[in-house]
Ligand binder design. Sequence first.
Ligand SMILES: C[S@@+](CC[C@H](N)C(=O)[O-])C[C@H]1O[C@@H](n2cnc3c(N)ncnc32)[C@H](O)[C@@H]1O
Length: 261
Amino acid sequence: MPERTPMKSLKDSILESMDCEDRALLPYLPYIVQDIWTLGTDPKAIINLLKNKCVKTRDLSVLDLGCGKGAVSVQLSKELGCRCHGIDGVASFIDEARQYAKQYNVEELCTFEVGDIRKKIKELPSYDIIILGAIGPVFGSYTETIEKIKSHLNPKGFIVIDDAYLIENAPSKPGYKTKTQLLAQIHATGMEIIDEHIFSKERMEQSNLDMFQKIKLRSEELMVKHPDKKQLFENYVHDQREENQILETDVINAIFLLQER
Ligand SMILES: C[S@@+](CC[C@H](N)C(=O)[O-])C[C@H]1O[C@@H](n2cnc3c(N)ncnc32)[C@H](O)[C@@H]1O
C-alpha cells in the first residue's frame, strides 16, 4: 500500500506553499508579498508550453489551483483566450486577482474564488487544463495529487506542474525528490511528461533576487512597525534566503506538461 500524506490544516497548507514555517506570520504574508504579482511559477513559460502542444488554445477551460494573485490565469486568458477558474485560500490574493483581471480586460474570461483547493476540487466539473503553479505538495505525493485531480480533466487534457527536483546523486534535501522518483510516481497514475520547460540557473538567480529584495524590504518595514515581532520577520527573510540557495544550487526548477499515456 502506498503511504498516504496526512491532511494539513488550510493555514499550514498555505504556509508550506509559501516556504514559511511560523503560523504567526500568516496575517502578515499579504503585506510582505504586496509588490509581487507572480508568486511562484512563470506564466510566460506555461503559455509557451501550451502553445506548442495544444491544437487549439482559444476557448480552452483552465483550472488554476492555488492561483495566488491570478498571474497565470489572467495572462493565459489575455494571450490565449482561455476561460480560467482560479482558486486560492488567501482572500486578499483573490481580491488582487480580480483587480488584475479587470486591468487586463479579461474579467469575462476569469473567475476567481476563495477556498481550500483540496475540498473545492470535489465539487468541480472537468477542464481542458489543470495548473498547479508552484504550490508544493498540497495534495500529497505526485501519485496522490494526480489521482485526486485526474477525474476533473477532459479527455486529452493536460496537467501543468511547476516544481523542482533534486539533481541525481546530489545529497538528499527534505521535500525534494529526484526526477527518477517523480517519473515513477507520475507513471503509476497512467500519465506521462510530454514536454517540460527547465529554468536556467541564471534565470532562477535573477527572479529569486528580485523577489527576495521585495520581501526583505517589506519585512524590514514590519520589523519597525512591530518591534516585538522582529524575530518573526527576520526568520522569514532568513528562510527565504536559504530556500533560494537550495533552488539555485541543489535542484532543477521545471514546469512539466502531463497527459494521459
Ligand atoms: C507559491 S504560491 C503560487 C501562487 C500562484 N500559483 C503563482 O505562481 O503565482 C502558492 C499558493 O498556493 C496557495 N495554497 C496553498 N495551499 C492551499 C490550499 N489548500 N487551498 C487553496 N490555496 C492554497 C497559497 O495561498 C498560495 O497563494
